[in-house]
Ligand binder design. Structure first.
Ligand code: PLP
Length: 427
């Protein structure tokens, strides 16, 4: 595969952008090699600057559920941009997107638009702290909630210890306000809650973990979280930035029928443009300024072009049969990959919730971060580069999801499975 032009662009970028990329995972660090520079995306096909073509299963890490440059989304973007790209004053489409979100996501009564998932989480946590008048939060190991200080925290040694910074630059005092527990682990979580109940403002969770590979919740996990948080007056926050409008039109909460107090959204609701949102119970949301005292603001929040792309994306997704078809295709590709791994006798633990797929190079079940980390990342790197050579772009990390869009055709899926069959045999 020729990558001369990508390499030249990467070298030029590295001189003036730290690491040559504007978000770390794009740099291929965990699989080795240099990132490909993309020239164009259309439907499910990415074309790089050297003229290589790939079937895309990263989808910009989630937003492109209709595929790239979807004609009607493109039309909505152009139409909106012609009317000016930002006013700093309210416009009708903001209410329209809010209405679509409130209608779709069962627990959201009011919603505030922001510019990224990170911002949504950061704001929801401030709100939870203000509402409960408590300072601590609890998150789960391996769940990603954006890069705000109090979320870049890992577990200290032993479950009794409070969080420690996971990156330089996060004050220890901030990290100490964040407790971490293993995903799906009710016993450990309950112990932590009992010890810290009086100071816990919120528990935040990815209702389907999508940032340690795909790890579904056990049947009891989410209903139990709902029960225990209610019992102790702790707010339950679902971070649905990736699951929202992906595993179900109403998000994971509609799929699993568990209602959080607050929900964070992003990715799909912007149709590929920068956006985020947080929403929930009206009595809580009414605390946000200017309705209430909790400050949160944004120059470009509710941006008319992003909002137009989001509205059109949600309208397309609302059409009958869309999620049934996504489910059918996701099942087909999961089965195909599973059979291919079996044929090649490769240990490959598969997970899937709707159009979110996980494939861990591991012989044992993955239920949390510790078990996910048992995966053979060297095998994954070989798999990744092998798939690239065969025209398939999967995530450049074992610990990311494989995502499907409505634009993945049966023939592209077939191509992907036969590429995987070839690559698995090399492992
Ligand atoms: C992507 C993601 C975020 C962060 O969103 P950004 O728009 O990248 O800031 C937060 N939470 C989850 C679950 C995500 O998948």
């Amino acid at each position: 595969m020729k990558t001369t032009k990508s390499r030249a662009l990467f070298n030029a970028a590295k001189k003036i952008i730290p690491g040559g990329v504007n978000s770390p995972v794009r740099a291929f660090k965990s699989v080795g090699g240099d990132p490909l520079f993309i020239k164009k995306g259309k439907g499910v096909i990415l074309e790089d600057v050297d003229g290589n073509y790939f079937v895309d299963y990263v989808l910009s890490w989630g937003p492109m559920i209709l595929g790239h440059a979807h004609p009607s989304v493109l039309k909505a973007i152009i139409k909106a941009a012609k009317r000016g790209s930002s006013y700093g004053a309210p416009c009708h489409d903001e209410t329209e997107l809010a209405r679509l979100i409130v209608q779709a996501v069962p627990s959201i009564e009011q919603v505030r638009l922001v510019n990224s998932g990170t911002e949504a989480v950061m704001s929801a946590i401030r709100l939870a702290r203000a509402f409960t008048k408590r300072d601590s939060i609890l998150k789960f190991e391996g769940c990603y909630h954006g890069h705000a200080d109090h979320m870049l925290v890992k577990a200290g040694s032993g479950i009794a210890t409070l969080g420690i910074p996971d990156t330089p630059g996060v004050p220890k005092a901030f990290a100490r306000q964040t407790l971490t527990a293993p995903y799906n682990d009710i016993i450990t979580t309950e112990k932590l809650i009992q010890k810290h109940a009086k100071d816990l403002a919120a528990i935040i969770v990815e209702p389907v973990a999508g940032n340690m590979g795909v790890v579904p919740p056990s049947d009891e996990f989410l209903p139990w979280l709902r029960m225990i948080t209610k019992k102790y007056g702790i707010l339950l926050i679902f971070d649905e930035v990736i699951t929202g409008f992906r595993v179900h039109f109403g998000g994971a909460q509609a799929r699993f029928k568990v209602m959080p107090d607050l929900t964070c959204l992003g990715k799909i609701i912007g149709g590929g443009l920068p956006i985020g949102a947080y929403g929930g119970r009206k009595d809580i949301m009414q605390m946000i300024a200017p309705a209430g005292p909790v400050y949160q603001a944004g120059t470009l929040s509710g941006n008319p072009v992003a909002v137009a792309a989001g509205i059109e994306t949600l309208r397309q997704l609302k059409k009958p049969g869309v999620y049934k078809e996504l489910e059918r295709k996701s099942k087909a590709i999961a089965e195909g990959l599973g059979e291919a791994a079996k044929e090649a006798r490769i240990p490959y633990y598969q997970t899937r919730v709707g159009a979110m797929l996980g494939g861990f190079f591991s012989g044992s079940p993955v239920t949390d971060f510790a078990s996910a980390k048992k995966s053979d990342t060297t095998k994954y790197a070989i798999f990744f580069h092998g798939m690239l050579r065969n025209g398939v772009y999967v995530a450049p990390s074992q610990f990311e999801a494989m995502l499907l869009s409505t634009a993945h055709s049966d023939s592209k899926i077939k191509h992907t499975i036969s590429a995987a069959r070839k690559v698995f045999k090399m492992l």
